[in-house]
Ligand binder design. Sequence first.
Ligand code: GDP
Ligand code: ZN
Length: 316
Amino acid sequence: MSGIYGPQVLDVHSAEGVVVQGTGGAWWIRLDGGSTVNASLRGRLKQEERDALKLAVGDRVTVTWDNRDPGAWMITTIHPRRSRLARRAPGGAQAERIVVANLDQVLVVFAAARPEPHPRMLDRFLVIAEANDLAVRVIVNKCDLVDPAALHALFAEQAAAGYEVLPTSAVTGEGLDALHAMVSGRNSALTGPSGVGKSSLMNRLFPGLELRTGTISESVNKGRHTTVGAVLHPLPGGGFIADTPGLREVGLWGIHRDDVAGCFPEFRPFLSDCRFADCTHRVEPGCALRDAVEAGTVPMGRYESFLKLRDELTTG
Ligand code: GDP
Ligand code: ZN
């Protein structure tokens, strides 16, 4: 690009794009025009924003090309974020690490069978999304392996809590149109246990989109720098899929144990009716949430998930 100009001619121009991948100073930016460039964060910006706004995949940025520094695109502006999926260390906001910025939704994929679905594990993913104020939808893939009645029963508690539960099959094609509509033009984080069919689904919807498999998350920390963190896959019609092998590691870090109950949407109507304002919803008399569980208004399974997650935060 600098070749068209003489070395003395100042050639500075800017473009906007989204950070699709990066670690430790080198970032890949997908420009709105469709090309992808490598850029680094301008030193001054890094200094100014060290404590406030760290760059993350999903961030929209302005990059500037400067021919006095051949081959270098510099990230000169980070645009304001509308949402974030963050891992917060107990140290608070200063220690938070943003896994993906500007997400519209989290898609949690489970299989109807093989591997056996675990509603309690699903609840953990749902709580992580709720704690990050992100919309979350449930995909039940491999619906070809179970009969419709069994399928309906699988995540009935989560559906009753208001979550959209979409059955799909990468084999028969069931639900794929609805899934396509769900992701098109939006920024989605795709997560769930390995082997449930995340890559199969994305390959059917968007041939050529190369998702990393769930197994890579285990080896991520063993030296391969470039695979750490989320990778964004821009979609043909706009939006992106964030391949987030590390979402499970995002875990419940930084969620206060007293905020866990509020991450279960169907608990919310009861939480202000407990006799004690600091009710832990475990043993106290006059607990409106436990009353609702006993009355069958709140499903026992969801309450058990709540107890388990809250216990983790108390002991951990
Ligand atoms: P990932 O680890 O979540 O990305 O899962 P993969 O896409 O690698 O799929 C794991 C296995 O499940 C592969 O053998 C797929 O062929 C199979 N699989 C994926 N989707 C379906 C489905 O809808 N139905 C059935 N029966 N098998 C599927
Ligand atoms: Zn209570």
